[in-house]
Design a protein. Structure first.
Length: 137
């Protein structure tokens, strides 16, 4: 049960981090129209014209989301599989984004590599105070 909760908390944390970074990026580059009133062709044109800084922030969001979400999952249940499941969810989200809309090749590569790097950093940063003892609870 703890593992399921850890995965759930990790995915929620990762989604929150991605949303926060994306909102910060779009504060710097406001969209010209509301997204719910846009057809697919107009949305593709908007995505192609996004500045490099916005794209870099989105990529950074994937790294931070996998790092934060996996770290939280590891803190809750101390099972590395839970952290990697959170990373897989971030990879799936980022791949959906770059495959659904036109993106440069470097962004497609980063959508796979950076969440994995974030998960590895979370696993490396995960330390238990006492072996065999639960961290939370």
């Amino acid at each position: 049960m703890r593992t399921i909760l850890a995965i759930l908390f990790g995915v929620i944390a990762a989604a929150t981090i991605i949303e926060a970074v994306n909102r910060a990026a779009f504060l710097l580059y406001p969209l010209p129209v509301a997204l719910d009133a846009v057809d697919a062709d107009t949305l593709a044109k908007i995505v192609i014209e996004m500045p490099l800084l916005v794209r870099l922030l989105m990529v950074l969001g994937w790294l931070l989301a996998s790092l934060g979400g996996a770290w939280l999952a590891l803190r809750v249940c101390d099972r590395y599989l839970a952290g990697w499941i959170v990373v897989a969810a971030v990879v799936a989200d980022s791949l959906y984004f770059v495959l659904a809309l036109p993106q440069p090749v470097w962004m497609r590569i980063c959508s796979l590599l950076l969440p994995i790097i974030g998960g590895a950093l979370a696993a490396r940063a995960h330390r238990k105070p006492y072996p065999g003892e639960a961290l939370l609870g």
